[in-house]
Design a protein around this ligand. Sequence first.
Ligand code: ADP
Ligand code: MG
Length: 309
Amino acid sequence: MTQNAIEIRNLKKTYNLGKEGEVEALKSISLDVKMGSIFGLLGPNGAGKSTLINILAGLVVKSAGDVSIWGFDMDKNPRQARASIGVVPQEINFDPFFPPIKTLEQQAGLYGVPKSERRSMEILEAIGLADKAYAYTRALSGGMKRRLLLAKALVHNPPVLILDEPTAGVDVQLRRQMWDYVRELNARGTTIVLTTHYLEEAQELCDQIAIINHGKLIANEPTQQLLKRIDGKRVIITPKVLVTEVPDLGENIKVGLSEFGNLLVDYAPKQVEIMEIIAKLQNLGIEIKDISTEEAGLEDVFLQLTETG
Ligand code: ADP
Ligand code: MG
């Protein structure tokens, strides 16, 4: 058995828009998702994230390439491949008069889960919707509907769970709850793939991150390695005497002024040494009271990688 939960090779998708031509949404993507990992798929709007996920879910037909899920080739063993994943789609789409418990029972039926093995109520409890089990779905808040989508993806107990921007439009507290639950599922052995716009969260949650832009893979590596790869660092300098004007430290050093009077200095460690910054400040008569550094966030990595792409 392979050690990869998902293997994608030279995956292409072209949407045909008739008279308006075509859109190349995925341009030969290859990547592996290791079993047991939390894999983050990042990219700006229109990058191709949902297209990729919908292909895995069997909702969009690929134009070329190979995909295998849990060792099952999508073309040769489509049923086993589909049974191996649960997908939480980006769009919310429920029958408004269908109560959550029925939604889950119906989904379980669709996947051929025997009645004795169904855990609908248990799943609703786990996501905090037990008291809404028999309510009309239209009476649920947006956040509750999102959680119900997650529940729906879990009825057949898939080894791989895929979430397409699950926390878009969800408040901070609920987002935390959802991530805690996702972490718990992962700890119990479920492989997770998620797309998100909350880059900080991806950084916090994912052990591996892939970035796509315009249908192309521009990065795919362990989160820590990706963060190290970026050549950007910020030092925060507190001057002894309040500075009112932003000092000019030359071309490769960007300086900003915080509202507390700190100098925020962004520089590329491969090009500029910290001593050079300190010397330049001293030459300008700025004495340093305190100095601290900040590691680059994923937001910076993302910007740097997509700008050059
Ligand atoms: P993301 O999820 O990263 O925002 P999508 O996969 O939704 O990106 O979209 C990728 C590209 O494919 C975009 O240019 C989008 O307009 C196009 N696209 C997505 N779905 C369809 C569709 N059903 N028909 C035509 N074009 C589509
Ligand atoms: Mg999308």
